[in-house]
Design a protein around this ligand. Sequence first.
Ligand SMILES: [Zn+2]
Length: 311
Amino acid sequence: MTALEFPLGLLRAIVVAFGLIWGSFLNVVIYRLPLDLSVVFPPSHCPGCGAPVRAYDNIPVLSFLVLRGRARCCGMRLSARYPVVEALGGALSFAVFEVLVRNEPVLGRALAIYGADLAFCLGLVAAAFIDAEHMYLPDSITIGGVVLGLGTCSLRGMGFYEALLGTVAGFVGVWLPFIVMYRWVRGVPGMGLGDAKLVALAGAWFGVLGAVVVLFAGAVQGTLAALVLYATRGNLEEPKAVREDREALERAAALGDDDARKALADDPLGTAPEPGLLRARLPFGPFLVLACLEFLFLGAWFRGRYFGLFF
Ligand SMILES: [Zn+2]
């Protein structure tokens, strides 16, 4: 039995609905993971007044449109991030099915590829939004993703040692030049350990070549975005939550809290950023995530076009 023996329209509808529901769960992950809260308990409640969200008000994308972006309970304006993340879940689920699964003849293998690649995509989306807001990439996503990538490498036609080599190369390729060596020269690291783990995740999924392409494509797109933002706004501000967290620690440290003082000293984000484009603090995670998704969906085409002679 192959996936194509089901009516294609029905399969597509199921795949999109499934992705939308996961997108809805991703909103919970993006909100709660950086706050160290459980992602499964308690069930969703209104960020404004704390009232539980009713099931019919929790339909992905649709509820937001019907309620015109306001909570039914207290009328609080809801972030556009909610429907955007839900729609991304639906779109990525559809893309995984269309690009990576549809032509797989063995049903069990098709399901395994769908599950693994969708989990990869969803984890990446959560990581991108969390990093954009907090400049922090949770280990549960990056290291968890590496473990899943190593365990499922055969689904991508890769051997275990190839995937392991990609993981190590991805990590060391960021850690050595951009953290260790950069710190010798400039006194501060140029990237975070979370970025190194995210490139390691790309290596676990795509091998050494994929990790190199993801790092390069992420850097190019991040630089372009920084230039465009700088040109249009005149400055690049660090994310609001990062500044607020630091200011809260600084107040605690000023009142004699030694733990807060130590946390500030250990944190690369513990001092206010210096002005100027080259010193700007731009989260790199979202651009690495973008590059990972591009490689996932366009990688085969890219390899055929540019590396066909060598691989
Ligand atoms: Zn409310």
